[in-house]
Design a protein around this ligand. Structure first.
Ligand code: PL4
Length: 407
């Protein structure tokens, strides 16, 4: 008799983003014909650049001829793409072997699956608030107990509060896995080298591993801020980094990402290359490689021309971030993030709960945001605005909030 994975029953609610879509659709059903401006989900809207389109076309054309056709590829990713990614790191002063880079179909699957190479009894620490995938994947894997008073028992929450610049203190108890995300989703805070060094030193001392999600690294324009955790000394002994082509190349629907698992990470009683070989084993067993067409597109995005074009996409979304941030500030609202990051994190006025403000904003201004409480208990009393959108839509949303929101 088959029995289900009961850990799924522990999950507190539906996955955050479909829940937002559900509530928005319910509003539209009640108010047919209303124009809703979506600043909720971080979903790209602008077309792929010329160089990337050409790369994708090359990928398609190769499949049209027997001489250039390819079937299954290397599960770890096209060697040319891994080499191009290693070169990109080298420009940041980070030396990586292509064998330490694993190409995938995105940062979400990698950030959900990476926990599977660690022992079931690992104690997991997450920033609070955090991208929900880190928590939910560990709940499903059975590393937590029940959800009580807004928290999963057995999970270590590291509060990220305004007074500390939304960066956590070190955990006060022993932990084995630490999820960090910078530029941060949802707060828009960017970790400094000193802040990362504090966690790296802790991880090296305790043989913990940091899982560093750098999906928004392209949004950092301040040269003093690290785009990769490996820019900080000691990280290659204790950190795994996950990244994506979604947010700078616009591959949210195309799907391509990568994970770096250095061969130098120290884990209890194992060779330094063990985690690298485990992730290789996991991916070769459970993943059949990213699409060959898409990898050609990714490769094109890493050329000099491709990088320049992606940078202008990033600048476009960052101009949206400025518009949203300034628009909210003009309303007298307290906002954070939005520089070096495509998210604006806003304190709700008068102590309004996150979901209550979500409803108020939708009903009064017809604007969709993401409730902060969906990212963890410390997100309560905040909402997140995404800068990913058409300029016209963003400007309309800001104007509507200024004209219609009753504060
Ligand atoms: C909605 C910190 C967005 N359905 O596209 P990927 O898989 O390479 O990257 C996903 C991802 C990874 N890491 C972080 C992210 O914020 C995201 C994307 N997050 C958001 O609004 O928070 C899209 C969410 C999508 C999802 O569930 O990821």
């Amino acid at each position: 008799m088959a029995t289900i994975n009961k850990n799924y029953d522990k999950l507190a609610a539906g996955y955050l983003f479909p829940e937002i879509a559900k509530r928005t659709n319910a509003f539209l059903q009640k108010n047919p014909g209303t124009e809703v401006m979506r600043l909720g989900i971080g979903n790209t809207t602008e077309p792929l650049t010329h160089t990337i389109i050409r790369g994708l076309q090359i990928g398609v054309e190769k499949l049209a001829s027997v001489d250039t056709y390819s079937g299954y590829g290397d599960e770890q990713g096209d060697k040319r793409l891994r080499k191009a990614l290693a070169d990109r790191y080298e420009k940041m002063g980070v030396k990586l072997e292509p064998e330490e880079i694993f190409v995938s179909d995105g940062a979400k699957p990698d950030s959900a699956n990476i926990q599977s190479i660690f022992s079931e009894d690992s104690v997991v620490a997450v920033q609070d608030p955090a991208y929900p995938v880190y928590v939910d994947s560990n709940v499903i894997a059975g590393r937590t107990k029940s959800f009580v008073n807004g928290k999963y028992e057995g999970l270590v929450y590291m509060p990220c509060t305004a007074d500390k610049g939304f960066f956590p203190d070190l955990p006060s108890e022993r932990v084995d896995l630490i999820y960090l995300c910078s530029p941060n989703n949802p707060t828009g805070a960017v970790a400094t080298k000193e802040q990362l060094k504090m966690f790296i030193d802790y991880a090296r001392l305790t043989q913990a591993v940091i899982i560093f999600d750098a999906a928004y690294s392209a949004y950092i324009s301040d040269p003093t801020l690290p785009k990769s955790i490996f820019e900080v000394e000691g990280a290659k002994e204790c950190a795994i980094e996950i990244n994506s082509f979604s947010k700078d190349a616009g591959f949210t629907g195309v799907r391509l990402g990568w994970t770096v698992v250095p061969k130098t990470i120290l884990t209890a009683g194992e060779d330094a290359s063990k985690l690298n070989s485990l992730w290789n084993r996991r991916q070769t067993t459970m993943f059949n490689g990213a699409s060959n067409i898409v990898q050609e597109g990714g490769l094109a995005s890493l050329t000099e021309g491709g990088r320049r074009e992606c940078q202008s996409l990033v600048s476009y979304y960052m101009e949206n971030a400025r518009t949203i941030k300034e628009g909210l500030e003009k309303l007298g609202l307290k906002v954070y993030g939005g520089t070096n990051a495509p998210y604006i994190w806003m304190k709700t006025p008068n102590g309004t709960k996150s979901w209550e403000f979500f409803d108020k904003l939708l009903n009064e201004a017809h604007v969709v945001c993401t409730p902060g409480s969906g990212f963890g208990p410390s997100g309560e009393g905040y909402v997140r605005f995404s800068a990913f959108g058409h300029r016209e839509n963003v400007e309309k949303a800001v104007k509507s909030m200024q004209d219609n929101l009753r504060l």
